[in-house]
Design a protein around this ligand. Sequence first.
Ligand code: ADP
Ligand code: ZN
Length: 710
Amino acid sequence: MEAIIQTNARDVLQQYFGYPSFRGNQEAIISSILAKKDTIVLMPTGGGKSICYQVPAILSEGLTLVISPLISLMKDQVDALNANGISAAFLNSSQSISEQRHISEQIKKSAIKLLYVAPERLFNGSYPLMDFLKEITLGLVAVDEAHCVSQWGHDFRPEYLRIGELRRQFPKVPFIALTATADKRTRADIADKLGLHTPQWFISSFDRNNITYRVTTKQDAMGKLMEFLDFHQKDSGIIYCLSRKNVEETAEQLQARGLSVLPYHAGLAREIREKNQELFIKDEVKIIVATIAFGMGIDKPNVRFVVHMNMPQNIEGYYQETGRAGRDGLPSEALLFYSYQDFMTLNRMMEQAENKEFVEVMQEKLLRMNSFSQSNICRRKYLLNYFGENHPGECGNCDVCFQKGKQQDMTIPSQMLLSTVARLGESYGLGYVILVLRGSKSSKIQASHQELSVYGIGKDRPEEFWKTLGGKLQQHGYLAEAGTIYPTFKLTQMAWEKLKGKEKILLPMEESLSSGKRSTVGHEEGLLDELKSLRIQLARKANIPPYAIFGDNSLIEMATYLPIDTDAFMTISGVGQIKAANYGTTFLKVIQAFVKKHQLQPKRKLSSAKPKTTAGSGSEIITLKLFQSGKKIYQIAQERELNHSTIEDHLIRMIEVGKLEVDEVLSKDDLLTIRLAYRRQGSHYLKPLKEHFGDRFSYFQLKAALVGER
Ligand code: ADP
Ligand code: ZN
């Protein structure tokens, strides 16, 4: 029975969504729902939560009701489903009575599979939805953003509490609750407040391994930002600022430099806000500069970067905001500008709150945010540990990891700077310290400071150098900012010890705000541009977001494999039957013309390449059968009393001879990520690639991804 369900679910995934395999827990979650069990899903943003109820919706009898607080998102979600040939609708107050009546009739005729509603819709009005649901077959209820039911969450919505009533009215209908919030207290509340029956829990790792984290000091923030944006010329991104004023100023500065930028904050008229948000979602404008008011209603999968011009108030907020980058799984970046000044500003703002207990909690969280920003620990490790998840660190994909190995001996200038801080009684900011160090004649310098032995010892080096060094010493734990009215510097214990012991101080001095690993090979950039502009034209015509036509992943695959006929086109990830029928010809024409003009050879996608060999020893075939029956590698190794690596070798061999699809081993996105990195590295060895990814991929995964490529 289970096997049949699984093949059906996979067929649905391929046929409607164009994806050849499930990711992470998706398949297990779907089985749980199809077995009519209440199910709770904790998955990070971009993890693929929607598929978890959309596939069962297609497979189950009756209507799937999706409860979501974000009315603004419903239309986009419904558009995306319709584009895949799945009948879906939403009900909200913006619709006319006749429109709503039409939808109800369609549901009664079973012509709609998924209905999106806000929770208040269930009970309010003269004819509450609750009563209507009793007249039809309800197959499944999906509660999206389920953390809204908890008062401990950051987004409590009282209407969510009434979903429990719905649960009681329909005791036989399975419920699935989904959230990207990791907080433990909130988790416990979800099952309880929604009244779920002994739910099955599915908790994924919250690691967003496609996001590169970077933190840098605020010194020359505009210059650094421009350098960063230069690497992202074609990309969509969000730039967060603390205040409306900062938003306005930053947006103006970027516009003045000719960038495609619009502002967003609560002070703008509602129509302008909505318009700007829509232009961003529709790829008509590349960058939004915003306060944190922006983002809740955004489901845009191809946000390539998120910048924080100011430090967020807590790590929860930081993680949520940076999490808006790279929902589609493609490499994306998060950049944070740190300054102690911001820390003090936020701290002061918090002090003004009335509830003293609350102030303490907030300030504690702010301190953690501050120490994250100044820390020298792998950013990913720090973040995941904060959320109670273990990560070995050295992710190889954050600024701290990048800087390892780029150390220089900075002992002498560091001693000069640290001594100056000490001689000035640890009561001045970096600016003043540098003036003294460089022997400035400024009237700001107190006479007694001109008598100090350190006065002028650093005049051979420019101010910029000392500023950078100061920032690095701070980041690496030698200097700490203190002070309450204005920031002052003091030496840490570690700095005193280094000074006394005359030990070497090694620091990574050069900083690049992009690892320079932008892909230029792998896909045809010119074709990708053409496909993107075709996509945006079609989207304008249909008045839907471009991503509802094809995601960036799909376009990159097209520009990589160059499919020139329908069969090849159907092997592209994200191309389901309806989309192939609706858009196939148009996209194929562009690809065919490009291939012809540049005399290119289409490449066969591995998943479609099936060499007809009968190779494979008996032992390899046994491994293969066990693997395809759903067993994990370690389970097969145990069962067969063989080494883990032997089992892996068997599977690689099976991929090589075409008996096993690489898709069954790795997700599409991981496959693409590995192959792109491999091509970029330009060497045929696996070791540098392994080092590049750290623990993100095993040797087995790398080998599997590169079968036929090396
Ligand atoms: P979440 O709601 O968890 O933030 P989404 O449901 O929006 O995530 O999915 C994120 C992206 O991943 C979407 O573009 C979606 O189409 C894609 N996706 C989901 N499942 C798969 C899969 N099995 N294979 C390939 N892409 C997938
Ligand atoms: Zn790291």
